[in-house]
Design a protein around this ligand. Structure first.
Ligand code: UD1
Length: 372
């Protein structure tokens, strides 16, 4: 996919010519790591529909090989038909660039609907472009709500849901959240596409990394962290790292470090504190799920991983003041934690029955394709 990259954002790259005809034409806009995972399920489900053509557009929000290409390869997703080279930047800058490039594509393709995923800047940019062109917006993973209200993802969700025509909800709580905002039309509980993917790919999960790192089965913590409220505040980040260091004295930790976090840790010289922690680069879905499945517990601020650890039957310590996946907190499966109590929360999780049925029956992809 790398070879498709172009320097000039406005010269978007068209790889396939579509004939249109009787077909319904859908554009899927993706760009960040969690969206590739969701797209993997939708891409499969839409391939089953003879009358739907899906055009995949990649915004380029995530561009490192192990943040992007690796997901297309390992999950068998069609290569993007268009790649916009927006890269990283300030929120307005990134959202604006995606909007400018995406509008050109939408005008050229004139799709019947635009599918957006989750809550990133790519999501909101795509939704705004389509809505202004009066093209229906379909939102996969609609209705998630959480505090703080000013976090970028929450802003993206609220705006996207408000201007979507079809809102595919991963859980009943998401449906309820939308109801509270008087959004009921076009809302459907489909279940979670990430639950589908976990079940589809489970037999292919990889464990090589597990032995390479010399880990003891069910006896280590898998950690990830990338949220702005955790990593952009040096004082808070240092406290989290101090707690992590304390945990690592008692339990092995594997920390898969997001590029954003890596930069912060290096500039604050905090990596030095993590001598006992196994620090690894971001890894692909199959390896990450292998690590999750064999872990003791998971510490994360990732929206996706906090569900995936639940799918794997592992408890999550969620480094967030609140989460969009409150169901798992209410049922005492996952636990919220902060920079002051991470150590304590990690070792003192509540006992709980494994909650079932929250995210549907692993047929969300099919349900969404049928609704489209
Ligand atoms: C974004 C999403 C977040 C999602 C996360 C998954 C928004 C507002 N947030 O956060 O919802 O959970 O993706 O990872 O859209 N960087 C690289 N290489 C890359 C990508 C990013 O080095 O391939 C670095 C850059 O320094 C960049 C920083 O990471 O500035 C942050 O990237 P960005 O896409 O802005 O936000 P994420 O933290 O990844």
């Amino acid at each position: 996919m790398i070879s498709y990259k172009i320097k000039n954002l406005f010269l978007v790259y068209n790889i396939t010519d579509y004939t249109g005809g009787e077909n319904m034409k859908i554009i899927s806009l993706v760009g960040a790591r969690p969206q590739f995972i969701k797209e993997a399920v939708i891409n499969r489900a839409l391939k089953e529909k003879e009358n739907i053509t899906e055009i995949i557009v990649h915004s380029g929000q995530h561009y490192d090989v192990n943040m992007s290409d690796i997901f297309f390869t390992t999950l068998g997703i069609n290569h993007p038909d268009y790649y916009m080279n927006v890269g990283s930047g300030r929120h307005g800058e990134m959202t604006g660039k995606i909007m400018i490039g995406f509008e050109e594509i939408v005008l050229k393709e004139n799709p019947d609907a635009v599918l957006v995923y989750g809550d990133t800047n790519t999501t909101v940019a795509g939704a705004l472009v389509a809505a202004k062109l009066k093209i229906p917006v379909y939102h996969v993973e609609a209705g998630i709500r959480q505090q703080p209200k000013d976090m970028p993802e929450e802003i993206n969700r609220v705006i996207t849901d408000r201007i979507s025509q079809k809102l595919f909800c991963a859980s009943q709580l998401s449906v309820e959240n939308l109801k509270k905002e008087n959004i009921t039309e076009g809302v459907a509980f489909t279940g979670d596409v990430m639950n589908d993917l976990y079940k589809i790919m489970e037999k292919d999960f990889k464990y090589d990394i597990f032995s390479e790192l010399g880990l003891e089965e069910n006896n280590y913590i898998l950690m990830t962290m990338h949220r702005d409220f955790n990593v952009d505040n040096p004082e808070k980040l240092e406290k989290i790292i101090n707690q992590t260091e304390k945990i690592s004295q008692e339990k092995e930790i594997v920390f898969s470090v997001h590029p954003r976090t890596k930069k912060r840790l290096e500039s604050l010289k905090l990596t030095e504190k993590l001598k006992k922690v196994k620090i690894i680069e971001p890894i692909d879905y199959l390896n990450l799920m292998g690590l999750t499945k064999n872990s003791w517990k998971v510490i994360t601020d990732s929206g996706g991983l906090q569900k995936e650890c639940y799918f794997a039957g592992k408890k999550g310590i969620i480094l967030m003041p609140d989460t969009g996946w409150r169901e798992l907190i209410i049922k005492n499966w996952n636990t919220l934690a902060d920079e002051n109590n991470l150590y304590e929360k990690t070792f003192n999780t509540k006992n709980a029955e494994y909650p079932t049925g929250i995210f549907g029956n692993a047929d969300a992809g099919k349900k969404i394709a049928d609704l489209i």
